[in-house]
Write a protein that binds this ligand. Sequence first.
Ligand code: GDG
Length: 735
Amino acid sequence: MGKTIIISNRLPVQLQISNGTITAIPSVGGLATGMKSVHSGGDSLWIGWSGLTDEEIPKKLAPKIDEALAAHGSSKVNLNAAEVDGFYFGFSNRTIWPLFHYFLEYSEFELDSWNVYKAVNQKFADAILEKADDDDTIWIHDYQLMLVPQMVRDQRPNISIGFFLHIPFPSFEIFRTLPWREEVLQGLLGADLIGFHTYDYERHFLSSVRRLLGMEVSFNDIYLDNRIIKVDSFPMGIDYKKFSEAAKEHQKNTTAQQSDLQQRLNSHKKSTPDAKLILSIDRLDYSKGIAKRLNAFEYFLNKYPQYKEKVRLIILAVPSRSNVPQYQLLKKEVDELVGRINGDFSTVSWTPIWYFYRSVPFENLIDLYTSSDIAWLTPLRDGMNLVAKEYIATRTDRTGVLILSEMAGSANEMNESLLINPNNFEQIADALYEAINMPVAEQKSRNAILQKRLERYNVEKWANDFMSSLQAQKDRDAANVSKRLTENRLNAVLDDFKKAKKRLLFLDYDGTLSGFHVDPQKAGPDKGLYALLDALVSLKNTDIYLVSGRDKDTFTKWFLPKKYNMIVEHGVWISQNGEDFRMLENVKNDWMEKIRPVLESFVDRTPGSFIEEKTYSLAWHYRKTDPDFGNLRANELNTVLTSLIANDDLSVLNGNKVMEIKSSNVNKGRATVRVLGEGDYDFVFAIGDDWTDEFMFQELPESTVTVKVGRQKTHAKFYIDGIKYVRGLLERFTE
Ligand code: GDG
């Protein structure tokens, strides 16, 4: 078993330099805790930035820092101030963060910061490569490092890589505005497993992969030439025990043991026993909806004036990214709003909002959670929102009401809270009213369900689930490898080929000898392909057949002058030794009159699709359509055709982005078997990539060497990774 390497922008350790000495203090954040089970013992390493730029680290201390970090199983990536600026404050936080949180108007598309982002991602990748062995497992975290998976994959093709995104993945319509969208997707696709908090983010990502890269996606698998990538959702949990235990301990504190903050909260509660404390905690970030929340609070006070002096809103806004302009503006806006609302509503004995702009120690966090009657969290977008989960975990007597924005990932798992749309002030005001008046029994029954779920699916379970899924992906890959046409297996095939007295090779054309083009007429043979086929055809005692679903006119033009043997239209026509095509199967085409108008109606209603008319079949192509829409229409067409052709001897072939209607007694399997019967062959080989080639793989005799191009499910004996390996393979026969 190899080791585990975790990579995140920041290390789970805080460095402090004072009086020339270094201390490394482990951070207490959710991620660090969650990874405990993964990052423990001597067989794991955490790589990240220490939080200090090169300029801030005195030269003399550098080796000491490495030592101090090593003691915590950590290793640092060095970044200078310019790198931190372009990579972190620049591309990560001025481009990706706003874009992925749907703040399109805040997203800056600066080439310079993109270049720094790329360079710094390469630094992280290099740091991994320096430490990684082939059997290690790499887990890369978050939006700052989206290019790292592919950078590592380039150098270590077989290493196991997982990636988890902690923020939302936006809808394709948003993501497509990024100038470097393809590069970002390609970067992520270096991973074997890509994890998101919710199914929505997962499906947005898959949709972008299909639409922008044109890749094949089946359920939550992405098919690459030589790998299958799994995409899944893993909703991150919290360290439940830590919060619930801290709350229990907190209750046992004597007055003397209580914090200053707790004593103040207590005296406030004592003076106004029936007043409710409403709490909100977030980093001061525009995605968290703090300004809107303040406006909504004002709206509530106007709509339900009876609650003046009966509620108090505590806002803890934790300073964050304060050198990004939007955050400075937000700070100003929030300061002003708090000032204005307090000015408008305060009385001699009441200030409606207590506003803290700072971060507080964990102890105070627990004071706030346990003292507040209501937690009110209204992010406009939030990957998950752990504060919501932490509040519930600290409510050991099960009282308390959570009002949560449905735009937070955690809303998916917290249905028992009061879910609101953060833009709907009317709804929010009513939710506050409901929370204030919710009977204790109802609070308890809601929280009981929430607590049970949070306790079970805690952060440790989350991390373990991700790691087991990554392991399963590795195992699945290993199982698949058993069918790969490896060098050893190929050598055995070539041996049989050489020994054979008479050989027969069937070669599919599109997707095997030639790549797919949006316009099928452009996928004609190139010089290299002619040269390869000439070499194969000139082999002694060897018959080569091109086997295709294409129409005979196209193949006549491309290949008849070369006198290659050809089977076209799935087996309707055959041409041997340069003779004109003759019919291999007796088929009719009188059914076409009935089917053509149906296909035409689908072309009319499906932009980008078209009909290809062959002598004995009709094909509806939809490669150029919107992928979702095309699939939807293909399903629809399938249903329509199935009922239409029930009494005819016709069948529908579902190929790669094409549906073809033709006589049932025509297929590549039947045609190749007939050709096989014409000679005394003792070596037979067939290669193809799509569904229609499966007929060959199934119907040719067991002794045939059948090869699938790509990793999809197949009846072939072997597979090769992708079309780019086909010609190299066929060349081996000519050596
Ligand atoms: C990102 C995504 C996703 C806050 N103030 C103090 C303090 N905290 C702690 C909370 C909580 C954490 O910080 C905040 O986590 P969130 O999940 O709410 O939000 P982000 O920081 O934006 O995190 C988010 C998360 O990644 C995980 O994937 O959920 O959507 O944006 O744990 O307790 N802790 C202390 N003092 C404070 O003043 N000690």
